[in-house]
Design a protein around this ligand. Structure first.
Ligand code: S3P
Length: 432
C-alpha cells in the first residue's frame, strides 16, 4: 500500500521520462533476428521489456544489459534455438503477440505462458490471421494463454485485419518476413508503425502505401545489426502532461519525447481541451521527437470517437482524468478495445473516478464524464487492480486531493515505469 503524494504547490521542472516501451520491445526482437551486433541506448527496463529480453535469452540469443544500455549478439532470422522450458511472457501482451508471429515460422515448437492478467487476454486475434499464413498456434479453449506455437514453413498471404491493433499487425509482419513470397497486410485504422520503421532501419523491405493502411513485406531479408537510441515514451510522459495540466501552479518540460504521429493523440486531446501545451520538435533521422511544455490551465470538455482511439489507446485513462477536471460533459466512444487491456479499463477507470466523487456513466465502448472543479472523496483507497496505467492515473489524480489517498497494488507500475515515483518526486521538488 502506497501513500500518494499531494501537490499543493504544483509540479515544476524538467524531466526526461524513460525509453519507449513499444520501441524497446521491437529493438530487442529485431536486433535478435539480425546479423551482427545491435546496441540499444535508453532501453526501458520495465518488467514488460525484461520479459522480452529473457525470452530471447531463452531462445539462445546472447544479450547484455548494463543500466539502460543493451548489446545484442544477433543470430539472424534462422538462428533462434528452441527453449527448453516455457517462455514466460509475464504481464506483456506485446511480447506475447509479436513473439507468436516470429515463432510461427521457426523450425521448432515453443510454449508461451504468462501471469493471471495476461492469461485472460484474447489471443485468437493473432492465432487466426497467422493460420492464414500456414502458422499453427494452439491456445486454451478460451482462446488465451498458455499457447503452443508449432513452427511451420509460412506462405505469403494478403490479409485484412479485423481489429485496429499494432500488436496483431506487427505479429503478421514478423511472420511475413519468413514467408515464401511478398505479403500484404491491410489495417482498419492506422496504428503505431514502430515495427515498420525499425525493420526498414535494419534493412528489410517493408512498404506502406499512400493510403497509410496497406503494408507490403518482402520475405527473407538479411537484417543487419544497428545502433538504436530509444526516444522517451509519450505514454509515460502523458502522466506528467496531465499532472501539469490539472495541478494548480504547475509548469513542466518533458524532453526528447517520441512524437510519432500514430502515438500523439494525447497531444491533440490536450490541445482540444485548451491546455497550455507547447510542442517543440527536434531534428532526428529516425522516429520523430521533441520537447513538450505544459502549464496549468482551465480545461474544456471533449468528445472522442473510434477514429481517434488508436493514437491515444494507452492514454484513455488519462483522457478520462482530464475530462473529470474539465468544465462540462465529456464523451469517450468507440473504445471497446479498452475492455481487453491489462484490466477492463472502462470498468476500472469508472470505479476509480467514482471513488473521487466523479459522476460517470459506463458505456459498452466508453464513458460519459461530468467534469468537476474538485474531488469529493468517497473512498480513500485507490487501486491499480494490477494494471500499471491505472496505478499511475490514480497517483496523478491524488496530486489534486486535499485529503490523503492510498494506492493498493502499486507494484504493477514497474511493468512500464519503474522510476515513476522517483520522477514524480523530482517534479514535486522533494515535497513528497
Ligand atoms: C502496443 C500496441 C497497443 C498498445 C500496447 C502496445 C504495441 O496494443 O495498447 O500498449 O507495442 O504494439 P494493441 O495492439 O492491442 O492495440
Amino acid at each position: 500500500m502506497k501513500i500518494l503524494p499531494t501537490a499543493p504547490q504544483g509540479l515544476q521542472g524538467t524531466l526526461q521520462v524513460p525509453g519507449d516501451k513499444s520501441i524497446s520491445h521491437r529493438a530487442l526482437m529485431i536486433g535478435s533476428i539480425s546479423e551482427g551486433e545491435t546496441q540499444i541506448e535508453n532501453f526501458l527496463t520495465g518488467e514488460d521489456c525484461l520479459s522480452t529480453l529473457q525470452a530471447f535469452r531463452d531462445l539462445g540469443v546472447q544479450i547484455e544489459l548494463t543500466g539502460t544500455q543493451v548489446t545484442i549478439h544477433g543470430v539472424g532470422l534462422t538462428g533462434l534455438k528452441a527453449a527448453n522450458h516455457p517462455l514466460d511472457m509475464g504481464n506483456s501482451g506485446t511480447t506475447t503477440r509479436l513473439m507468436m508471429g516470429l515463432l510461427a515460422g521457426q523450425p521448432f515448437e515453443s510454449h508461451l505462458t504468462g501471469d493471471d492478467s495476461l492469461q485472460k487476454r484474447p489471443m485468437k486475434r493473432v492465432a487466426e490471421p497467422l493460420s492464414q499464413f500456414g502458422g499453427r498456434i494452439d491456445l486454451s479453449r478460451a482462446g488465451t494463454l498458455p499457447a503452443t506455437v508449432i513452427g511451420q514453413p509460412l506462405h505469403a498471404t494478403n490479409y485484412q485485419l479485423k481489429v485496429a491493433s499494432a500488436q496483431v499487425k506487427s505479429a503478421l509482419i514478423l511472420a511475413a518476413l519468413q514467408a515464401d513470397g511478398p505479403s500484404t497486410i491491410k489495417e482498419l485504422l492506422p496504428t503505431r508503425d514502430h515495427t515498420e520503421i525499425m525493420l526498414r532501419q535494419f534493412g528489410a523491405e517493408v512498404e506502406t502505401a499512400a493510403d497509410g493502411l496497406t503494408i507490403t513485406v518482402q520475405p527473407q531479408p538479411k537484417l543487419r545489426g544497428q545502433s538504436v537510441v530509444v526516444p522517451s515514451d509519450i505514454s509515460s510522459a502523458a502522466f506528467f502532461l496531465v499532472a501539469g495540466a490539472i495541478t494548480p501552479h504547475s509548469a513542466i518540460i518533458l524532453t526528447n519525447v517520441n512524437l510519432n504521429p500514430t502515438r500523439t493523440g494525447i497531444l491533440q486531446v490536450l490541445q482540444k481541451m485548451q491546455a497550455d501545451l507547447t510542442i517543440t520538435p527536434k531534428p532526428s533521422d529516425g522516429e520523430p521527437l521533441g520537447d513538450l511544455t505544459i502549464k496549468t490551465s482551465d480545461l474544456a470538455p471533449i468528445e472522442i470517437g473510434a477514429a481517434d482511439i488508436p493514437a491515444v489507446i494507452d492514454e484513455l485513462p488519462l483522457v478520462a482524468l482530464l475530462a473529470a477536471r474539465a468544465q462540462g460533459q465529456s464523451v469517450i466512444r468507440g473504445a471497446e478495445e479498452l475492455r481487453v487491456k491489462e484490466t477492463d479499463r472502462i470498468a476500472t477507470v469508472v470505479s476509480e473516478l467514482r471513488k473521487l466523487g466523479v459522476t460517470v456513466e459506463e458505456l459498452p465502448d466508453g464513458m460519459i464524464i461530468q467534469g468537476r472543479p474538485a474531488w469529493d472523496i468517497q473512498d480513500h483507497q485507490l487501486d491499480s487492480y494490477g494494471d500499471h496505467r491505472l496505478g499511475m492515473m490514480n497517483a496523478i489524480a491524488a496530486l489534486t486531493a486535499d485529503e490523503q489517498l492510498t494506492l493498493a497494488n502499486e507494484a504493477a507500475i514497474r511493468v512500464s515505469y519503474p522510476t515513476f515515483f522517483a520522477d514524480l518526486d523530482h517534479l514535486l521538488g522533494g515535497q513528497a
